[in-house]
Ligand binder design. Sequence first.
Ligand SMILES: [Zn+2]
Length: 199
Amino acid sequence: MYRYSESIARLIEALNKLPSIGQRSAERIVFYLLKADPIEVEKLSRAVIDIKTKIKACSICNNITESDPCNICSNPKRTSDEICVVEQPNDIISIEKTNEFRGRYHILLGAISPLDGISPDDLKIKQLVERIEKEKVKEIIIATNPNSEGEATAIYLSKILKPLKVKITRLAQGLPMGANLEYVDDITMTKALEGRREF
Ligand SMILES: [Zn+2]
C-alpha cells in the first residue's frame, strides 16, 4: 500500500474525521491545498483557528456568537414575549429562514437522553426558568427535535414550566418523525410554527 509522507498523512487523517469527508475526499482536498495559493491556505487555517478562539456562547441564550450578548438577544426589534426553545445553535437557522419568528431563542445545548447519560441537569433549563421570570415571557415555543429525546425533553419542560404561568406551545406535527430540525425545509417549518399547539 502506498504511504504518504508524514505531514500529508496527518492532514488526510484530520480531514477524514470531519462529517461527510471520506478518505477519497480527504486526499482530494490535500492535493488541492498543495497546489493552492499559500495566502488562501493561510486564510483557511486562520479561519479554522478563529472559530475556536473567537466564537463563544451567548450568556443569555447560549447561541454561538462573537459578541456577547448575541445579535438576536441584543436586537431591540426582537421581542421577549416569545422564546423558542431549541436543542442546538444550528436549529435556530431553520427557524430564522422562515422569517416568521420575531421572538428570541433559548438553546438547551442538548436533549434528555438517559442512554447517553444526559439528564435535565445537564441542559440549560434553570437558566430558561430564570429568563421567563426576568424577561416577562408570555409564550414558550418548544422546538426540540421530533425524535424520542426531543419529545422527552418537551414533556419534561412542559411540566417544569407549568407553574410559571406562561403559555407553552409545541411545534405542530408534520415534521418528519426522527428528523433533525436542522434539515427541515422552510415551508414545513413555517407550517409547524403557524400550527403550533398548546401543551
Ligand atoms: Zn443570545
